[in-house]
Design a protein around this ligand. Structure first.
Ligand SMILES: [Zn+2]
Length: 190
């Protein structure tokens, strides 16, 4: 990755995901993404393209208004928008402990989940199950509970390298209106 060279000094290695609470399906290709990014551009939160190849978006001149507390401009490095019929597991690069245990025998499932998320050949989708190496029982990725927030989701916003995880309430409300669902905040610490 060459992007780390572009991380301004002072950015914590924290990513902030917003995912729909409850069931959410992508209806038309990129429709919600366009609504959301259009709104964020109109507020000056977004200001252009960060990486054209990857489709990542840059902060705008009012980017730090995304947060309810005072942060140095711009407050985040770039935004990734995901909207797809195939759900993804987030956070997908969390390096701490997920705190997941087998429901049958209680063995930690953290290493199994990390291995699954890091496996380029693994096909992680809504029905994917995490199997316990100790007893063989399995549980669906979509129903995992641990000490960090997790989700299987067809839509997310991922504000990368944020200076704060406190979102401005009015912006959160406006985003929820455009997504058509309540939004859940998931913090990923790298
Ligand atoms: Zn087990």
């Amino acid at each position: 990755m060459t992007t780390t060279e572009r991380v301004p000094r002072g950015f914590a290695e924290t990513n902030l995901y917003l995912v729909p609470a409850g069931q959410w399906e992508a209806l038309q290709p990129r429709l919600v993404s366009q609504r959301v990014t259009g709104y964020l551009e109109s507020r000056g939160i977004l200001g252009g393209v960060y990486d054209a190849e990857l489709g990542w978006l840059s902060p705008g001149e009012h980017a730090r208004e995304l947060f309810s507390e005072s942060v140095d401009h711009p407050g985040f490095e770039y935004l990734i928008v995901y909207e797809h019929g195939v759900a993804q597991f987030v956070p997908n690069a969390h390096t701490g402990r997920f705190g997941i245990h087998c429901k049958a025998c209680g063995a930690s499932q953290d290493e199994a989940l990390h291995a699954l998320l890091l496996d380029p050949d693994a096909n992680v989708e809504a029905g994917t199950r995490l199997a316990c190496e100790a007893c063989g029982a399995s549980q669906p990725l979509s129903g995992l509970h641990g000490k960090v927030e997790m989700a299987m989701t067809c839509f997310y916003l991922n504000f990368c390298n944020v200076s704060s995880t406190r979102l401005a309430p009015d912006i959160l409300r406006d985003l929820e209106a455009r997504v058509g669902a309540g939004l859940r905040l998931i913090v990923e610490r790298l």
